[in-house]
Design a binder for this molecule. Structure first.
Ligand SMILES: C[S@@+](CC[C@H](N)C(=O)[O-])C[C@H]1O[C@@H](n2cnc3c(N)ncnc32)[C@H](O)[C@@H]1O
Length: 230
C-alpha cells in the first residue's frame, strides 16, 4: 500500500508501507529529483549533445521522467528513455501526486496518456521522445542496448539491500556506453567500490537537501569530459 505524503519543499511523495520507505527524500521530492537526476545527471550528460538515452532503475511515480522530458523538450534534445519498475503504480495513483504542476501541460498529457502502453512496449510520446518501462525486477532486465545516462533510483540500502549488492550494481553498469554517466542520490564506501570495480571513475558531489553527498560516476572515453576524483 502506498500513501501520498507531503515533503518539505511542498511536493508530494509516496510512502511504501511494505518497504517502509518514501519514494523520494522527505526533505523535498521535487528538489531531490532536480538536483540529483536533472542537474547532476541530465544537464551534465547533454552539455555537448542533442540526444540522450537514459536507463532509470525505479520508475515509480515518473517524476524523474517528466522532469527529463520537459528539460529535453525545451532544448530540442532527443530523448530515448527506458525505465525498469518491478511494481508499476496505477495511473490513478500517479495522477494523485500533483506532479502535473511541475511540467508543461503537453509533457504531462503525453506522459499520462501513454503510461500504461509504455509498460507493454516502447511508445513515441512526441517526435523527440520514446518511453519504455520494463515491468520486471532489475535482476531480470536484459537488453542489447547501451545507454548514455543511468538514473539509479532504488529504495535505500537500509530497506532494500539487494538493490545495492556488488552483483546488481555490476549488472546495471554493464548497460552504460563508454563516456556514459551513472548518477544516484546515495554514496557509501561499498557503492563506490562496486562502481570502481566496473572500471568507472567516481565523483562525490554535494547531495540534495538532507544529504551531504551524492555519487556521479562514469566510464571514461577519450573525448569525454573528465570526472573528478573522490
Ligand atoms: C525510490 S523509488 C523510485 C522513485 C521514482 N524514480 C520516482 O520518481 O517516483 C524505488 C522504485 O524501485 C522500484 N523497485 C523495487 N524493487 C525493484 C526491483 N527489484 N527492480 C526494479 N524496480 C524496483 C519500486 O517499486 C519503486 O518504484
Amino acid at each position: 500500500m502506498n500513501i501520498i505524503t507531503a515533503t518539505a519543499d511542498g511536493s508530494n511523495t509516496l510512502y511504501n508501507e511494505t518497504i517502509g520507505e518514501h519514494y523520494h527524500s522527505k526533505h523535498g521530492a521535487l528538489q531531490e529529483s532536480k538536483h540529483v537526476f536533472i542537474e547532476a545527471g541530465l544537464k551534465f550528460a547533454t552539455q555537448h549533445k542533442n540526444e540522450v538515452s537514459i536507463l532509470e532503475v525505479g520508475f515509480g511515480t515518473g517524476l524523474n521522467f517528466v522532469l527529463s522530458l520537459d528539460y529535453c523538450t525545451n532544448r530540442q534534445i532527443k530523448l530515448d528513455y527506458t525505465s525498469i519498475e518491478a511494481f508499476p503504480l496505477t495511473t490513478d495513483v500517479i495522477n494523485q501526486t500533483g506532479y502535473a504542476e511541475y511540467v508543461s501541460p503537453e509533457t504531462w498529457t503525453s506522459f499520462i496518456t501513454n503510461y500504461e502502453s509504455s509498460l507493454r512496449s516502447a511508445q513515441a510520446l512526441t517526435s523527440l521522445c520514446h518511453l519504455e518501462i520494463a515491468a520486471k525486477p532489475l535482476a531480470e532486465f536484459a537488453t542489447d542496448k547501451k545507454f548514455d545516462l543511468i538514473y539509479y533510483d532504488a529504495f535505500s540500502v537500509q530497506h532494500q539491500p539487494e538493490m545495492w549488492s556488488d552483483e546488481i550494481i555490476a549488472h546495471v553498469c554493464s548497460f552504460l556506453n563508454p563516456g556514459g554517466i551513472f548518477v544516484t542520490y546515495a554514496i557509501t564506501g561499498k557503492l563506490k567500490r562496486a562502481v570502481k570495480a566496473c572500471g568507472f571513475t567516481i565523483e562525490k558531489l554535494p547531495g540534495a537537501p538532507g544529504k551531504r553527498e551524492m555519487l556521479r560516476a562514469g566510464r571514461s572515453c577519450a573525448k569525454d569530459i573528465p570526472l573528478g576524483k573522490a
